[in-house]
Write a protein that binds this ligand. Structure first.
Ligand code: HEM
Length: 458
């Protein structure tokens, strides 16, 4: 006997489908949750989806039943060029996934590795501030999302390959185009995923777009890997402190664990998962700060006291800056860059709150809706970092009202690097410049353009 929770009928779903043009999926699902409750189901074509929007039920998914709910549904946008077989975020929780996750935890994102590549990121932070200084001298507005994207991309390409990917505005735009298109097509509800018979027709053109951009990025990564392999053949080659040499060493020692194909697909996922999320968070944080000048002032006061006005933030300063940390948390609460986390899939039938989640169904945790729920947060729509001061809530996956990096086995492995990038970039933007919005009538939800004014060091 299968006991499903309530949910909208097929007719309601079809009727509301047109709203998806105006509303994002998480907004529409939040509207449904208000009607049908914190665990509801939607059946469309071959996929039954469960949407969770309460911390207690999120805990059941991300912790209690994590073992059986840790596979993924694979969107067709990912199932091209064999990527589904190698994709860390989308493969099921299989042996290869366990190996890759272990490599991420113990090697790629360990404190030791991140400390070793710290100087490379410092240099990129200086380039970021120089770019903004140039705009400041010209009195020009900065497109914050684009500037943060360029720096995040170069943080990652230096941490991975010891080199800049984006040297010019043209290169930045090329990578931004590739990664934004991939994130968009992977996140777009695709009719083919619900009605596989439509696969041949690719009615929304999603497969075509994702093939084009995945191919481009795989080729770029492949050329860097091939180049490095040639360099490593030389007798006097000195190993670099980056992730590529670390993975090539693992592959040399154990070709079954790691090889060039796995390396290529892994880096692709790390670039796609790491750049858009981090730069979006920086852009939203700056939009909130410019909109809430008293928060900006308080953040500047803390930075002035701890590191001195106009100085650049060091990764080791982060723990001394509780208000800056609270700003990052508050931004992730209101603007989670993965608003529905990533879809999970039930390996077997699982019982939650007396309801059955049948094997094969998809589970979405609506992080966005929980972040704005008035029964969880006082004045949820207010940007109020103070709510996190003196609170033990963090984003490490144990507080289920706030899991912007997910939780359980599938939690984000890039979080330690994301934390370093977010705080140093945001802290330096606040401490080195005053900011004026280019167009005060522009809505807070729109992409941010702001004019920097360099602050003088004391
Ligand atoms: C603000 C920054 C970031 C946010 C908010 C974020 C958020 C997330 C979330 C919500 C998930 C899904 C977790 C789940 O299913 O429970 C995830 C997975 C993942 N993230 Fe991140 N992420 C960020 C940065 C990064 C960075 C910098 C990297 C790597 C360079 C990265 C790599 C990954 C990977 C590989 C996965 C898949 C893990 C798996 O399926 O086992 N992320 N991230």
């Amino acid at each position: 006997h299968i006991n499903l929770p309530p949910g909208p009928s097929l007719l309601t779903l079809i009727r509301n489908a047109s709203e998806l043009g105006k509303l994002k999926p998480q907004h529409l699902l939040a509207k449904y949750s208000k009607i049908y409750g914190p665990i509801m189901h939607l059946k469309l074509g071959q996929i039954t989806t469960f949407v969770i929007s309460s911390p207690e039920i999120a805990q059941q998914v991300l912790q209690t039943h994590d073992l059986f709910l840790s596979d993924r549904t694979i969107p067709q946008a990912v199932a091209v060029l064999d990527h589904q077989h190698f994709s860390l975020p989308f493969m099921p929780a299989c042996d290869l996934w366990r190996d890759l996750k272990k490599i991420c935890k113990n090697h790629l994102f360990s404190s030791k590795t991140l400390d070793a590549s710290y100087q490379l990121r410092c240099n990129k932070l200086q380039d970021f501030l120089c770019d903004i200084d140039r705009s400041s001298k010209r009195g020009e507005a900065v497109d914050i999302g684009r500037a943060a994207f360029k720096t995040t991309l170069n943080f990652l390409s230096n941490t991975f390959f010891s080199m800049d990917f984006a040297n010019s505005a043209g290169e930045t735009d090329e990578y931004k185009d590739i990664i934004e298109n991939l994130v968009r097509v992977i996140g777009t509800p695709n009719l083919v995923d619900f009605f596989p018979a439509l696969r041949m027709f690719d009615p929304q053109g999603i497969k075509g777009i994702s093939t084009t951009y995945l191919e481009k990025l795989l080729q770029i990564i492949d050329s860097y890997t091939t180049n490095r392999l040639k360099l490593r053949e030389s007798e006097n080659y000195i190993l670099k402190d980056d992730m590529l040499d670390m993975l090539l060493n693992i592959s040399q020692d154990n070709g079954q664990k790691m090889d060039n194909i796995k390396i290529k697909h892994l880096f692709l996922d790390l670039f796609v998962a790491g750049t858009d999320t981090t730069s979006y968070t920086i852009e939203r944080a700056m939009a909130e700060l410019i909109h809430n000048p008293h928060v900006m002032t308080k953040a500047k006061e803390e930075l002035e006291q701890v590191i001195g006005i106009g100085n650049t933030i060091d990764e080791s300063d982060i723990t001394k800056l509780p208000y800056l940390q609270a700003i990052v948390k508050e931004t992730l609460r209101l603007h989670p860059s993965a608003p529905l986390l990533l879809p999970r899939k039930a390996r077997i039938d699982v019982k939650i709150c007396g309801y059955t989640i049948p094997q094969g169904s998809q589970i979405l945790v609506n992080e966005w809706a929980m972040g704005r729920n008035p029964s969880i947060w006082d004045n949820p729509n207010m940007f109020f970092p103070e709510r996190f001061l003196g609170s033990e809530i963090n984003f490490k996956g144990q507080y289920f009202q706030f899991t912007p990096f997910g939780g359980g086995r599938r939690m984000c492995p890039g979080m330690p690097l994301a934390i370093r990038m977010l705080h140093t970039m945001l802290g330096s933007l606040i401490n080195s410049f005053d900011w004026k919005k280019e167009n005060i009538d522009r809505d807070i939800d729109q992409p941010l353009r702001a004019i920097p004014i360099r602050v003088n060091k004391l």
